[in-house]
Design a protein around this ligand. Structure first.
Ligand code: SF4
Length: 242
């Protein structure tokens, strides 16, 4: 049984049911209508699809885009972020980790502690804390998560959910990977060139590898860890942690 949760007067449980079969562009349109200036979390191709949909709905000044510059991204990813900024004529707010926290981690444990300790501590410093700053004062935001990205953690992903006291829209939750790529090709949405080199899911450089044919897309992320832990803390709610 779902219980009603209202955030800024928005009934999340009702919306999650009503929008479950809606086209992602319609979900983006409702999110922009109910939360003008909606924040979009940008890192990859799915997020660029959301930006494209938002741009078509309200133009470049009707939404906000932020990105987490962890300091460990591929050069190709940085170039891609710039490509999207120029293509859509938007500002992309980059949030970097706290220098003191990164310096302390590296001093104490070196540059690859995640290979021994798991990715939680490093992601906490480089992603989760900057995300909290990016979302300060934000009532609603949108992500490009999909159910079929990760059977271990995203199989039950709703199109709308609460994230603390915010509304989190996942307009692409029910899109399959092929539908995302169909949209990208139809509308000429920019994508990270690493996809053409066998990378399906792209995160930080040391924690991402190309996948083999037949491997699931998340197999290339934190491949030394269990599939049920493959979230970076940005989406801890998928692990039942938030
Ligand atoms: S993905 Fe890897 S390098 Fe990036 S923040 Fe997480 S553990 Fe650190």
């Amino acid at each position: 049984m779902s219980h009603q949760l209202l955030i800024s007067g928005y009934d999340i449980a009702e919306a999650a049911v009503r929008l479950d079969r809606a086209h992602p562009a319609d979900i983006v349109a409702e999110a922009l209508d109910r939360f003008p200036g909606l924040s979009i979390s940008f890192s990859g191709a799915e997020d660029a699809v959301l930006i494209d949909m938002a741009q078509r709905a309200v133009g470049p000044d009707g939404f906000r885009v932020f990105s987490l510059d962890t300091g460990r991204l591929h050069g190709e990813t940085l170039a891609y972020i710039e490509t999207v900024r120029e293509r859509y004529g938007i500002t992309i707010e980059a949030f970097s980790p706290q220098a003191e926290a990164v310096e302390a981690l590296v001093r104490e444990k070196g540059l690859f502690s995640f290979r021994r300790d798991g990715h939680g501590e490093c992601c906490g410093i480089r992603k989760v804390e900057p995300l909290a700053r990016a979302l300060e004062g934000v009532a609603a935001f949108a992500t490009g998560q999909r159910k079929d990205q990760s059977p271990g953690t995203r199989a039950e992903l709703p199109v709308v959910q609460h994230d603390g006291m915010r509304v989190k829209f996942n307009p692409l939750a029910n899109f399959r990977s092929q539908q995302v790529w169909d949209y990208i090709q139809t509308y000429g949405v920019p994508y990270n060139p690493l996809h053409d080199r066998g990378f399906k899911s792209i995160g930080c450089e040391p924690c991402t590898r190309a996948t083999h044919p037949g491997e699931h897309e998340r197999a290339g992320r934190w491949w030394w860890e269990e599939a049920t832990q493959k979230e970076c803390g940005l989406h801890a709610i998928n692990l039942g942690e938030a």
